[in-house]
Design a protein around this ligand. Sequence first.
Ligand SMILES: [Zn+2]
Length: 233
Amino acid sequence: MTILGTAGVIPDPQRAQSGYLLEKDGRLVLVDCGSGVFSRLAQLSIDWRQLDTFLLTHLHLDHMSDLLSIWVARWLMGAPTVTLYGPAGTREFITKILELFPYIRDHVRVTVHELWAGQTLSLAGFAVSTLAYKFDDTVVICGDSEPEPALVEFVRGYKVLVHECSFPDDARVPLHTSPTHLGEVLAHAEVEWLVLPHLYPQAAAQPEEVIKAVQKGFPKRVTVATDLQTIEL
Ligand SMILES: [Zn+2]
């Protein structure tokens, strides 16, 4: 897994918006695709034209704004077919956006699959489960949310949990995560390594403090994610 973007809505020179590239046996899946992710993809030594499988955690702009840019570029490079997985509403959402861009709609061939919590599916060689997205038996990637108690059971025995940590404790915002709360909720989670992306500037400016606050409740390996960080699974 290569983490392509680790910012929330506000990017900085070191952080694009959300994106995770998973690679297995030469096959690629992109989870989320915020602003700047396409540029990060182009920085990797991969052929991004081979990337035809996309998965969205939710339908917010900082998780999908580069999606059509990648699709158009692939089409111009001779690869017009893509498959998109996302939550309920994804099909209508994409259909409406493509109506605004007939030149894309008429050339890019999109197949949409809507997912629901508790589903399992095979996707580009990975076995994927949903609540957050689980890939095989190694990594769990969460979308934007407050810490969810059901995760404790969901991540049991996994190696890596990627969970947003948008704001420090003193700037806590509803529907997003702050570090002390995350540590409390994950206190009994049996996962080896917690990776924290989706950092707003207030959190990105104090990574050590963020890690310490999480570890008060979750005293295991915790790191703040960086763009283009690769994690061997
Ligand atoms: Zn977000």
